[in-house]
Design a protein around this ligand. Structure first.
Ligand SMILES: Nc1ncnc2c1ncn2[C@@H]1O[C@H](COP(=O)(O)OP(=O)(O)OP(=O)(O)O)[C@@H](O)[C@H]1O
Ligand SMILES: [Mg+2]
Length: 255
């Protein structure tokens, strides 16, 4: 490497340093909602790293700050203080437009209530993130069909959400979340509205995505769901109480 070339240094150094960098690194992240007498401290200094390729679940009592953290990691909300490094870049001070761009390029988000657009078909819902990403029209359909095929819905391309079961709607939402090839897939209680059979179908898709190299981070209240991930993080009162539980060590905590 030529050391007299700043441009070359810049191009090469981040790649070298990113090789082993975590996908997500939170340092002292706090979130305060409201002001003065209505103040709620949802996060009170969260330190957490998620490495590339991990399959990790987040557990903890209702109100402990899980969704607040997921929304910050997912660039849907901003921390009040602290630093957030996404794929090696400190994005804490990015404005809303910059966050929207990062979200579209690097992240996929799956919610408990699916959040599909009701007037659009499964195919159109999955094509939408590619419009924002500037993918040429000719490729959008092919990529959306491929994503829907991956989640087993190639026979439901033209159905609207109200013509699909809950599990099928969640699979459309997963296809939409992966169609821009994110580095990180975030899911906030993705099986919370599903029965046990459909829950297993969705978990099988997450496992397959993780096996293919996508980092998956999922909030769940269900121990049986968390036990199917490789690492479990436990939240309490806006902080990380346990960083590194495993399916084997979780039962002792649940008592
Ligand atoms: N927009 C908001 N305005 C004010 N307070 C909020 C807001 N969003 C969340 N909170 C508060 O922040 C705290 C953390 O909420 P959060 O939704 O992150 O919890 P959670 O762990 O996801 O809970 P659950 O398991 O019930 O989904 C709670 O006390 C909640 O009432
Ligand atoms: Mg929540």
């Amino acid at each position: 490497m030529r050391i007299d070339s700043p441009a070359l240094d810049y191009d090469i150094a981040p790649n070298l340093s990113l090789e082993n960098a975590p996908i997500v690194r939170l340092e002292g992240i706090s979130k305060v909602y409201g002001s003065l007498n209505t103040e709620v401290r949802a996060l009170a200094g969260v330190d957490l790293s998620i490495n590339k390729g991990e399959y990790c679940s987040i557990m903890g009592a209702s109100g402990s700050g899980k969704s607040t953290m997921m929304n910050i990691i997912g660039c849907l909300d901003k921390a009040t203080s602290g630093h957030y490094y996404l794929d090696g870049v400190d994005i804490s001070s990015f404005n809303n437009n910059e966050l929207a761009k990062i979200r579209n390029q690097k992240l996929g988000f799956v919610f408990q209530q699916f959040h599909l657009l009701p007037e659009m078909s499964a195919l159109e819902n999955v094509m939408l993130p590619m419009v924002y990403a500037g993918v040429p029209l000719a490729q959008r359909r092919d990529r959306a069909v491929a994503a829907l095929t991956r989640v087993g819905l190639d026979n439901r391309l033209n159905n609207k959400p109200n013509q699909l079961s809950g599990g099928q709607q969640q699979r459309v939402a997963i296809a939409r979340a992966i169609v821009n090839r994110p580095v990180l897939l975030l899911a906030d209680e993705p099986t919370g509205a599903l029965d046990s059979v459909t829950t297993q179908e969705v978990l099988a898709i997450f496992k397959e995505l993780n096996d293919s190299g996508i980092t998956v981070l999922m909030v769940t209240h269900e121990p049986e769901v968390a036990k199917q991930t490789k690492r479990i993080v436990w939240f309490k009162d806006g902080k990380v109480l346990h960083q590194n539980l495993t399916p084997n060590t979780l039962p002792s905590l649940l008592g």
